[in-house]
Every structure is written in structure tokens, then in C-alpha cells.
Ligand binder design. Sequence first.
Ligand code: PMT
Length: 399
Amino acid sequence: MHLKDTNILLGVTGGIAAYKAPDLVRKLTAKGANVRVVLTDSATEFVSPLSLQAVSGHSVSNDLLDKDAEAAMGHIELAKWADKLLIAPATANFIAKLTHGLADDLLSTLCLATDAPIYLAPAMNQQMWHAKATQANLATLAKRDVTLLGPAQGEQACGDVGPGRMLEPQELADLLATPSSPQLLKGEKITITAGPTREEIDPVRYISNHSSGKMGYALAQAAKDLGAEVTLVSGPVNLPTPENINVIKVTSAEQMLNAVMKNIQDCNIFIGCAAVADYRVQQKVDQKIKKSDDELTLTFVKNPDILKEVANLSVPPFTVGFAAETQNLKEYALGKLQRKKLNMIAANDVSDTKIGFNSEQNALTVFWPKGELKLEVADKQLLAKQLMLLVEQRYTEQK
Ligand code: PMT
């Protein structure tokens, strides 16, 4: 993993982690990169331009209107020079500016003027990281192919504990040296279920649940980004139909099962993220039920378990389930892993309304026969990327 002859523009914004910038420059140059540094005004309060000039071997700019700097290498030229633009640390404020396309200083202007891929290494207080505005900004940037590196968990400068620490300089240099969108799943076929199912009671009523489809759709996008050929079997949701993904829209659990089975034969990986209704009414009535009685009794029968049917095929794909639990997360998830003969299960605590059903964020604990990994609270798009990388690793090991 090297960066030989790669031009890296390092943008440093004003957070305490800026003091690590000189070390980051060293780690990048040790991999063979040419590094030029741009600071925001507030970054100069945390790290001296002179030390960055000394380690990078180039003058350091922070002023869009600096005549000398513009004469040496104008900002448009600098934007074109960059092969990669890394912003580390990236503050919540800078992330917001980037999201809205502001260009009121040198670094934000460079972000608009470059066509180089942009990498963000966030660093902020954990509460600011969790803030809805920050997460919405990150979700927007992810759609624009801005790559998020981190943040790490741990103790923060302010004494809080949680996500928001900048990754260490060595980790950032290593990540920058790996291909940006490694096509790790190229040639693999993946089927994913998403959203709720609706089970009709009569022509105007149904039972269903609060699944929005966001988690499953984010997984489909993450799998596609890794090069997979993706089929998404989706229950009724209010999400835009993703491009370059084969989307099959269904309503009921039985329709979902049929669509999955039609596509599963040459499929390598199956992920059941849908919140499939466990029961349907035994006898759907053709006319609207009249409210003539004070009480109404309906009899429900069990729906097919799609995940179990896939895992029990004679040649099953690598099968990943989800477990939506409100208590005993580990015990119940491990029970499902074994009972349904799965390769992996991602458990989420759906008693917490900030994550899980119909929310922007989620948190997962992933179990497989001899291991487990906790994926901390984050936007569903970021979590989906992390989960797909884990699925790819386990799938490749078992192939
Ligand atoms: O859609 P979002 O709003 O983004 O919310 C995401 C989510 C909370 C729905 C998702 O993260 C999740 O947990 N999905 C699984 C929901 C669920 O039905 O869990 P379960 O523990 O009841 O089911 C276990 C597994 O069996 C799941 O993989 C489910 O897809 C599968 N199953 C369940 C019943 C059934 N009849 N057929 C199935 O395939």
C-alpha cells in the first residue's frame, strides 16, 4: 500500500486534532506522496503553518486572497494539482460548509474547484457527531461520493466518551493508500430484502410494521458500490428507486418469498433485511368489513420464513439475517443464527426509537459462528458500508 507520486492536498480545519497534522504529513510522505497543506483560519490556532511547511517542504496557504501564494500556485491550479483531497481533521462546521457548497475561504473553494476525490476524517465532540444536522450532512456528502474515514471511538478532549475522535495519522495514510472503491464483490450476485410487508385484511385494511426500507436500500447501494450485481426485493416504501440495481417491488410476505426464490438460484449472497410480517389473516375477505359488531376477531396464520427457506436450500448462498430485538439481543440473535442455519446475523435493538425502525441511524452487533463485531451508532449508509465489508470478508474466507 503506497502513495508513490500521488499528489495529496491536505486540508486542516480548526479542531484540537489539528496538532496531529504534521505527523499525518510525515506518514503520507513516507508512503511516497507529494503533500501540500491548506489551513483554515481557525486551524492556525491549533497548529503552526511553519511546522507544516517544514514537514511538507512547501509553503502552506490559508488565504484565498494571498497575492504571493496565488502567484506561486493559484487556487485553481492547486485544485487541479491534487489527486486526492484529504480534510483532517474535518470539523462539524466544515462538513456543513462542504455540504452546502460554500466557498468563503481557500479550503472550501478548493473543495468546489477540484475534481479529485474528497476524503473526510471527522473530529468533533460525540454529541456534535450524533446531531441530526451533522448526520444529514454526512448522508448528503456520501451521495456525492465523499468518502468518510472514521471517526474512531474513545475518550475525547472534552472528557466525553463516544464516536468523534480523528483516526490516527497512520490509519489515515493506510486508508488513503487503498483503492477508493475496491470492487471486492465484482462478479458476485447479491439478493437483499428490504422494507415491510403488508398483509391485507380486506380491500381497504392491512397489517404491517414501521420499517422504512432505509437500512435495506443502504445495503443494496453499498453492495453495488463494491461491484456486486444487486437484486433488491422491496416491500412498500417511500424511497426513490436506486439506479443500476434490479428492484422488484412486492407487497405481501408470500410475494416477497416468490420474488426471492425466482432470483436465488445463481445468487452468491442473500441478506434478509426486510421486516417480514410473521402472520397474515387466514381468510382475506373480498368486501370491506362492516363495523356492525362491537368486537372483531381475526384469525392469523404464520407466513413463510423467507430467510429460513433460503438458508435451507440444498446449495444455499452465504446467508445473512437481521434480528430485530427489544431485549436479550445477543441470546436471541445467536438463537436465530443457529436455528435458521445462517452464516451471519446483524442484531439491532429496536426498543430504542433513535435507531432501528424508520430512523436515519442504526447500531448493529454482528454475530457469526465464531465471532462478533459491534458497529456503533451511525447513519444507515455508513453502517451499510461497514456491514457489507464484513460480509465480503466472511464470504471470501468461506469460499
Ligand atoms: O427499514 P428500516 O426503517 O431502515 O429499519 C431497519 C430494520 C429495523 C427493519 C432492520 O434493521 C431489521 O432489523 N430487519 C429485520 C426485521 C425483522 O423482521 O427481524 P426479525 O428478528 O423478526 O426476523 C429475523 C430475520 O428473519 C430477518 O432477517 C427477517 O428478514 C427474516 N424473516 C422474518 C420473518 C419471516 N417471515 N421471514 C423472514 O425472512
